[in-house]
Design a protein around this ligand. Sequence first.
Ligand code: SF4
Length: 191
Amino acid sequence: MIQIRVSDIKQFVYCQRVVFYNYVMPVDKKTTFKMEYGKIAEDKIDRLENRRKLKEYGLSSGTREFHKQLYSEKYGLSGKVDLLIKTDAAYYPVDFKYTTSQPHKNHLYQLLGYAIILEDIYDYVIRKGFVYLIPEEDAVVFDLSDDLKDETKNLLSEIRKMIHYQQIPPPVKSQAKCLDCEYRNFCGDVF
Ligand code: SF4
């Protein structure tokens, strides 16, 4: 089975071609401001999170594990979740974002990817996850329904099929996404 990362699901939802370039036609990426800034922001995350309280997630108690490496053999899926909150009743994946804009659909699917792995390796149904917006200091909660998890499992099959048949997907519909894309030099049909 082709091994997939949770970040691939996120990118596939953003633009399928990004995953194609990563797996089928690896190319030198252009470093974007967004990538550089993301790295700097990550360095600050632990310090900030240590000061943060669980009540910001609407929780009264629980333990936190940072940068937890996750792997599901069953789904051939791996990923490193920024934070895993564990309570007696439930587990919650948390992804940190250094952005002032609200989370997008691809961020939801990233959480769903973590949820699929967590459900496989722990005896919990993962019903909610969070995207924490660092500049806003706001935890946005997402419902992680069974239907959405099934959709995400279907995406895994689509990604594997694309890699197996080496078929380049069409460019993303919203070409505003291309402006800050590290692969823009390779999408001749867009620019
Ligand atoms: S330039 Fe646009 S179509 Fe090409 S990979 Fe980036 S987002 Fe996708």
